[in-house]
Design a protein. Structure first.
Length: 347
């Protein structure tokens, strides 16, 4: 048992260290390359590097490769399927590339009051994002990832046979990447909430799930801790779409490989709700607010709710760190609901 824990802890530690180093490097590189954004959520309007999601994608991949290396060279007998691990790694790297393309699609213009250049975003078109993120699902489709019998909360077990890898998997990956991308306008809101979500999957894997699920969740959780350290208020960087696409795809792939779909649906519910709220206005909305003199935010759409953040802003005058903290609390509540439903199912 101790040996088994080491095969999870060592790749996780490596993933966290590499994520930290890669993120520091990319922050400097992006700033030098003028891949930056003005943080309008601060009165000082600092210019921050963005598009650094490749840092965590690289660290997570190296963590998986550490486990694969030990298996291939006989350091231990592999428990997790190496085919599944390579499938996840290929999938998330492909989707991270799509996010990175969106990150670097910048139109550079000079600020009227200074010689310093500021980035303004054009980005991918709405219809291009789901089409391009589809390619990230192809590796998981090719290896026939996951178990075709899925338990849906309040419904029961459903046998999907070949429709699972060919239809459910690509739709889930596409939805996960694009839905997670909708909620990330404040320091730590995406990174912090995502860290809580994957921590829930890690706990579930250890208590109820599979070794593969525990391995992938542990590496992803450790990498998220290292990455989130740079994005907690006041953030030193903007993660960018390369991060949001990466994490959305990675957590869905984790659910699929670890056979945690029914539990994962509850954990991912905040982003499902966010998707529905944005869809009410055909995704022509933002989770951002209007900065006030006292550092608080008011919603741009009045009393209309098109995001979780609009709800928080309407509840009280909330500052940036408070809005992110409220979202963390929401995710913790859904985590408790998910474990509560699992406990009831076992009775």
């Amino acid at each position: 048992m101790f040996h088994t824990y080491l095969t999870i802890l060592i790749p996780s530690l490596v993933g966290a260290i590499i994520t930290f180093i890669a993120t520091v490097f990319l922050m400097k590189y992006m700033r030098l390359s003028s891949i930056t954004l003005v943080d309008y959520n601060k009165r000082s309007k600092p210019i921050l590097p963005t598009g650094v999601g490749f840092g965590i994608a690289f660290g997570f991949s190296v963590g998986l490769l550490t486990y694969i290396f030990g298996s291939s060279f006989g350091l231990y007998t592999p428990v997790a399927s190496l085919k599944d691990l390579f499938g996840i790694m290929t999938s998330i790297l492909l989707i991270t590339i799509v996010g990175f393309i969106d990150d670097i699609n910048i139109r550079v213009s000079k600020a009227s009051s200074s010689e310093e250049k500021e980035g303004s975003w054009t980005g991918l078109k709405q219809w291009q994002k789901p089409v391009l993120t589809f390619m990230g699902a192809i590796p998981l489709m090719a290896i026939n990832a996951g178990v075709s019998i899925v338990r849906i909360p309040l419904i029961g077990n459903i046998a999907l046979s070949i429709y699972y890898p060919l239809i459910v998997v690509p739709l889930a990956i596409m939805f996960g990447a694009n839905a997670f991308n909708l909620l990330g306008g404040f320091d730590g809101i995406a990174t912090g909430t995502g860290t809580i979500a994957v921590f829930a999957l890690l706990l579930y894997s250890v208590v109820y799930g599979t070794y593969t699920g525990a391995l992938v969740s542990a590496i992803l959780f450790a990498s998220m801790l290292a990455f989130t350290a740079f994005n907690i208020y006041p953030a030193r960087m903007v993660p960018g779409d390369s991060f949001t696409y990466f994490f959305g795809a990675a957590i869905i792939a984790d659910m699929i490989i670890g056979n945690m779909e029914s539990f994962g649906i509850i954990i991912f519910m905040p982003w499902i709700i966010e998707f529905i709220l944005h869809a009410r206005r055909k995704f022509h909305t933002s989770d951002l607010g209007t900065l006030q003199e006292d550092g608080s935010f008011v919603p741009k759409y009045g009393k209309k709710i098109y995001s979780w953040t609009h709800l928080f802003m309407n509840m009280k005058k909330a500052k940036e760190w408070e809005i992110s903290a409220y979202m963390w609390i929401v995710e913790i509540l859904f985590m408790l609901i998910a474990f509560g439903m699992k406990s009831l199912a076992l009775l």
